[in-house]
Design a protein around this ligand. Structure first.
Ligand SMILES: NC(=O)c1ccc[n+]([C@@H]2O[C@H](COP(=O)([O-])OP(=O)(O)OC[C@H]3O[C@@H](n4cnc5c(N)ncnc54)[C@H](OP(=O)(O)O)[C@@H]3O)[C@@H](O)[C@H]2O)c1
Length: 270
């Protein structure tokens, strides 16, 4: 790819942001589709100034990561229905100085699940009640599934349960729950704490589908144990790639090269 006076700019804003795999993923996609664009990582201090700057330099679109997913909402011109409900933006499209906010995490998680298993009529337990959990609970409830939230903090867990109309249980009551699908949305098991798992082994029953939204490492301790116990496993890379593919579609109007994006992130993760 040749950078020149016509190259369009995209990026991710966050703090910290240097660990982000989004530049590797989106630059590979632009190159594969022959789009003259570049995607960079911006470690932001002042969000308001940053958004004004994005407008004045005419950035075409950007991803939003922690800690700005909620704070950015009042600085945009419009947000979609998913964002309104879950209160978090991860994608902004700049349509001629009209900034539109979207949340593609929900769709990314749904596609990651659906490409591996038939989810209809299934009972799902979500471990965690933070930003990742919100988008996943939202989309699974919208699909009509039975969803239970299990979280360490009862206040956060029950608040999310009330918001999205599903039951909450404390984490230590998880062993008594029979579920078809279990999804970890906590950072427990993420590098460097790779020996940790968010749930005891006995929670993982043969035939269960176990998804972890952590993608560093690709195979978390939770997924290793689940595999040993005869569960079908889905790693966090799948959700990450699918949410990124939807961002790419929103920005460019064309389908994303999912295989190319996956290989680029796998390579970047080493
Ligand atoms: N694959 C993807 O595309 C994708 C997308 C989004 C996020 N993620 C990953 O998902 C993870 C969570 O992100 P997030 O934005 O949802 O974070 P968050 O908003 O900070 O929420 C974290 C959740 O994890 C729980 N938690 C944290 N430490 C815990 C511990 N030691 N034991 C039990 N529970 C614990 C918290 O419980 P309390 O309420 O008790 O504090 C909270 O419910 C991160 O690793 C992130 O990288 C991946």
């Amino acid at each position: 790819m040749k950078i020149n006076q016509y190259t369009e700019l995209y990026g991710v804003i966050g703090n910290p942001v240097r660990h982000s795999m989004s530049p590797a993923m989106h630059n590979a996609a632009f190159a594969d589709r022959g789009i003259n664009a570049v995607y960079l990582a911006f470690e932001v201090e002042g969000l308001k100034d940053c958004i004004n700057g994005m407008r004045s330099i005419g950035i075409k679109g950007f991803s939003v990561t922690l800690p700005f997913k909620t704070e950015v909402i009042p600085l945009l011109d419009e947000v979609d229905d998913v964002t309104l409900k879950i209160g978090a933006v991860n994608t902004v499209v700049n349509d001629d100085d009209h900034l539109e906010g979207y949340n593609t995490d929900a769709l990314g998680a749904l596609r990651a699940l659906e490409e591996k298993t038939d989810i209809s009529g299934k009972k799902v337990v979500i471990i965690g009640a933070g930003g990742g959990a919100r988008s996943i609970v939202y989309i699974l409830k919208k699909k009509g599934l039975e969803v239970i939230i299990a979280n360490r903090s009862p206040v956060r867990g029950s608040d999310l349960g009330k918001l999205l109309d599903c039951p909450f249980i404390p984490l230590d009551e998880l062993v008594d729950v029979q579920a078809d699908i279990l999804i970890n949305t906590t950072p427990v098991g993420m590098s460097p704490d790779v020996d940790k798992s968010p749930v005891p082994e006995k929670v993982l029953k043969k035939g269960m589908v176990v998804m972890d939204i952590i993608y560093n490492p690709l195979k978390t301790r939770l997924l290793s144990v689940a595999e040993e116990r005869g569960c079908l496993t889905i790693n966090g890379l799948s959700m990450f790639i699918h949410q990124g593919a939807e961002q790419f579609r929103l920005w460019t109007g064309i389908e994303a090269p999912v295989g190319v994006m996956t290989r680029a992130v796998e390579k970047a993760l080493g």
